[in-house]
Design a protein around this ligand. Structure first.
Ligand SMILES: O=C(O)c1cc(=O)[nH]c(=O)n1[C@@H]1O[C@H](COP(=O)(O)O)[C@@H](O)[C@H]1O
Length: 232
């Protein structure tokens, strides 16, 4: 069990790249996230290897489908022993409720969280796909629906955290990508904050990829983040 809120996003094209970093990391310092790129390549075998190394693993496949498909997919994720799994909140009430009910049958189910609005979206980009809506209103509405369906939390940007923490209470998980230590490149993320700002705002977990994986010294980059958070 780590005291760090950091979840390192292992966005690598091969299992070797991901395992190379994972073997140098200590499960006492972070959790790991396996997303679409790595999972498409390496699948359940890699999850098993990361579990053997002692890590809690967030399987980030953002399931977005009909209720039957979503609930069966999260059930398989639970079978694989992951610590956290996610769906898109825009799957709607039936899919999320069925997924939560399915996981409730496991003795040690993964945390089930739902993506609200991707952290790469700016308000202008958001309006291209959701005409006339305010991004933060949609995040707020989807978080309320997610909680009502019995899930453990949402993925949102740190920008929405103060509002969601006030609206959804202290026990609702707020998992935030879009985290950039001072001086690191934003890349394709738009709604960003530093690790300290995100935690001060009320984030439960920080998903951080490139600022660690692309650093010249990834271990030092993680160490520095944990240090600034007092989680070293
Ligand atoms: O569900 C996610 O993890 C996720 C949701 C979201 O809204 N934004 C987002 O960036 N992510 C993931 O979080 C990670 C962020 O990585 P970096 O931008 O490299 O720190 C990536 O693996 C994304 O797939």
């Amino acid at each position: 069990m780590t005291h760090s809120p950091v979840i390192v996003a292992l966005d690598y094209p091969t299992a070797e790249g991901a395992l190379d970093l994972a073997r140098r990391l200590d499960p006492a310092d972070c959790r790991l996230k396996v997303g679409k790129e790595l999972y498409t390549r390496a699948g359940p075998a890699l999850l098993a290897q990361l579990h053997t190394l002692g890590f809690d693993v967030f399987l980030d496949l953002k399931f977005h489908d009909i209720p039957n498909t979503v609930s069966r997919a999260v059930s398989v994720a639970a079978d694989l022993g992951v610590w956290m799994v996610n769906v898109h909140a825009s799957c709607g009430r039936r899919a999320m409720t069925q997924a939560a009910d399915t996981l409730a049958q496991f003795s040690a189910p993964p945390e089930l969280i739902a993506v609200t609005v991707l952290t790469s979206f700016s308000q202008a980009e958001f309006e291209e796909v959701h005409h006339g809506e305010r991004l933060e209103e949609r995040v707020s509405m989807l978080a309320a629906l997610t909680q009502d369906c019995g899930l453990d939390g949402v993925v949102c940007s740190p920008h929405e955290v103060p509002r969601l923490r006030a609206e959804r209470g202290l026990n609702f998980g707020l998992v935030t990508p879009g985290v950039r230590p001072v001086g690191s490149d934003a890349g394709d993320q738009t709604r960003i904050m530093t690790p300290e700002q995100a935690i001060a705002a009320g984030s439960s977990y920080l998903v951080i990829g490139r600022p660690i994986t692309q650093a010249s010294d990834p271990l030092q980059a993680l160490h520095q983040i944990n240090l600034t958070l007092g989680a070293d």
